[in-house]
Design a binder for this molecule. Structure first.
Ligand code: SF4
Ligand code: SF4
Length: 125
């Protein structure tokens, strides 16, 4: 069955416009989130020193506490853990971001950058 606002199916996305986020279920926050070491520092999950010593060690530490689910050595990007294999760990019950001011760059760039640039997996919450 095809549901409108299915984050896995860009064909169900609608064009983004100002104010669309107000009553959205946060479809963008159900996509895997790739973050850099700088994002992790801003989120206060690691220190600059830890990032400089070894990103592999950073990955091991954050995987242990279930904050990240993967680390891609080539791109030096980490993937944030998802709840129920879907929701970002920073999404609250009201489907709002709990780290909004410190959120990763990729979240700030959505939907300019995403599976279908300029379009959103919008669904009313
Ligand atoms: S999917 Fe689009 S409309 Fe919904 S919260 Fe994310 S950016 Fe806003
Ligand atoms: S960090 Fe915030 S904005 Fe980014 S995916 Fe998670 S809940 Fe959404």
């Amino acid at each position: 069955m095809i549901t409108r606002g299915d984050a896995q199916r860009p064909s169900t996305y609608i064009q983004y416009r100002k104010g669309l986020c107000d009553d959205c279920w946060g479809g963008c926050c159900t996509l895997p989130v790739e973050v850099s070491a700088n994002d992790l520092i801003r989120l206060e999950l690691i220190t600059e020193e830890e990032a400089a010593i070894s990103l592999k060690k950073v990955a091991q530490k954050l995987m242990k506490v279930k904050i990240i689910q993967a680390y891609h050595q080539k791109s030096q990007l980490f993937v944030l853990e998802q709840r129920y294999g879907r929701d970002c760990i920073y999404l609250n019950k009201d489907r709002r971001c709990t780290v909004y001011l410190k959120r990763p760059e990729v979240c700030r760039a959505f939907p300019k950058i995403g599976p279908k640039p300029g379009f959103c997996p919008y669904r009313r919450k």
